[in-house]
Design a protein around this ligand. Structure first.
Ligand code: BG6
Length: 452
């Protein structure tokens, strides 16, 4: 079977930083065979595109399977005609062909792109039989209403089975590990509910700003960029029931149950770092940081507050999940210094999982000290964990949808964050490298301390 990836947004940041390296690795290290056709407006030919978009250490093997087509969506007739002839040429005499349309585009461009894909498909069909898939980057839509509308547009040209909606977090090792930690360990399974857990914190602080992505980001903001997707997916993995089987449908069923048990968020705050927009000479009101509280109102997780904070331009890059257990021991042992037990899943700077326990402090009699049992991914398994996008792209080639959120999950996630999408006129402007005041105040108000 000949696979051709048609990369919409082929000169964009995501394609350059994540997708091309993932394609190259799959080709070189895993023996996948395919051609990538990058579409973009910026360059007039393949040579210019390669010079500007790819590093100097790209292999010849990948380069020989990478082509570029100048594609201006606003000139529909010319663009679709050029794409049709290019594809017809690439397909040649092959009769077993799969076209993978990869949309790394602003959601507002989907409508035009899909119409153009339909035009190209209709012409191609007359020449050659082929199967097709479409891959759509997050955020899927702009809100609940537009996500539904975009989905209906996609369904005009593709069946749901052919649509791969991306959340690259599902391709991350820590995410898959979360499920295995919970479902492959009896002792964890028994303590993983509201009888034992007191609260959960999810912290995703990044040091970088919006940088070259300003144009994209200022229309999106932190809620659409990471909370509606990455954070909601993390919550499903933290609190879903074990699926009947590992089929994508059974996993989605459990995830949807979690999302449906979350009320739309009522405690949240957003802010933006003070220099956003300075480079392009205008000030924008896009939130770049948010803190929020929610709970999963299911039988086993109700009453566990989940505190989330995430955003850009922080002092340190920190990504972790802290599961804090109830501390009855303190009372039972009459020792206020005994710390709670906890599980700490650190994603950045490196993947570690710590179990926080209390053991005897050798300098004392009958006094304990908080210690950690640590698993370190690199030390145990080596440094060659595949990148999230490699895993995701591989699944697309294999036609395995277990790492892709279903449309129901996406809609439920939009419903949950809807209150956060309203423009906040009093958004806090925080100095870069500082935690916004609202995040600190949220902790004080709720009587907890951020774990990092
Ligand atoms: C992306 C967001 O989806 O995820 C970025 O658009 C964010 O703003 C990124 O920085 C974080 O992903 P990762 O893989 O770097 O943790």
């Amino acid at each position: 079977m000949k696979h051709i990836v048609i990369q919409f947004g082929g000169t964009g940041d995501l394609a350059k930083k994540k997708l091309y390296p993932a394609y190259e690795k799959l080709m070189l290290e895993e023996g996948f065979e395919f051609t990538v056709l990058a579409l973009g407006r910026r360059y007039s030919n393949t040579k210019e595109f390669i010079k500007d978009s790819l590093g100097s250490d790209v292999s010849d093997q990948f380069l020989s399977h990478l082509e570029y087509l100048q594609y201006d969506m606003s000139d529909e007739e010319k663009a679709t005609e050029a794409l049709f002839s290019h594809l017809a040429n690439l397909i040649g005499e092959d009769r077993e062909v799969e076209l993978i349309y990869y949309m790394a585009l602003q959601p507002s461009l989907y409508e035009d792109a899909i119409r153009q894909i339909q035009l190209v498909d209709a012409k191609l069909k007359k020449v050659v039989p082929f199967t097709k898939k479409i891959v759509v980057e997050k955020p899927f839509g702009f809100d609940l209403e537009s996500a539904t509308r975009y989905n209906n547009i996609l369904l005009k040209a593709f069946s749901d089975k052919e649509i791969y909606r991306i959340d690259h977090y599902l391709g991350k090792e820590f995410m898959q590990n979360l499920l295995l930690l919970r479902f492959h360990n009896d002792i964890i399974r028994r303590i993983w509910d509201n009888r034992s857990i007191e609260s959960i914190q999810i912290i995703f602080d990044e040091t970088h700003g919006v940088d070259q992505r300003l144009g994209f980001y200022e229309k999106i903001g932190v809620v659409r960029d990471t909370i509606q997707n990455h954070i909601m997916q993390i919550i499903t993995y933290l609190t879903m029931n074990d699926p009947a089987t590992l089929s994508p449908e059974d996993i989605a069923t459990e995830k949807v149950k979690v999302l449906r048990s979350i009320s739309s968020i009522s405690e949240f705050h957003t802010g933006r770092y003070e220099s956003l927009g300075a480079n392009s000479g205008h000030v924008v009101n896009t939130p770049t940081y948010a803190a929020l509280k929610l709970s999963v109102n299911s039988y086993y997780f109700a009453d566990i507050p989940i505190y989330i904070r995430t955003g850009k331009m922080q002092k340190e890059a920190k990504s972790l999940i802290y599961v804090k257990f109830k501390n009855t021991t303190k009372k039972a042992m009459g020792d206020a210094e005994i710390e709670e037990n906890g599980v700490i899943i650190t994603i950045h700077p490196e993947l570690t999982i710590d179990i926080k326990m209390n053991l005897k402090d050798p300098q004392t009699s009958w006094k304990s000290k908080s210690v950690r049992f640590r698993f370190n991914q690199t030390e145990t398994f080596g440094a060659n964990t595949p990148e999230a996008y490699e895993q995701i792209v591989k699944k697309i080639f294999q036609g395995d949808k277990s790492l892709f959120p279903s449309m129901r999950e996406i809609c439920e996630s939009w419903r949950i964050v809807t209150p956060m999408l309203v423009e906040d006129e009093n958004m806090e402007v925080y100095p870069v490298r500082t935690l916004p005041r609202f995040a600190r105040e949220m902790a004080t108000r709720n009587n907890f301390t951020w774990f990092a």
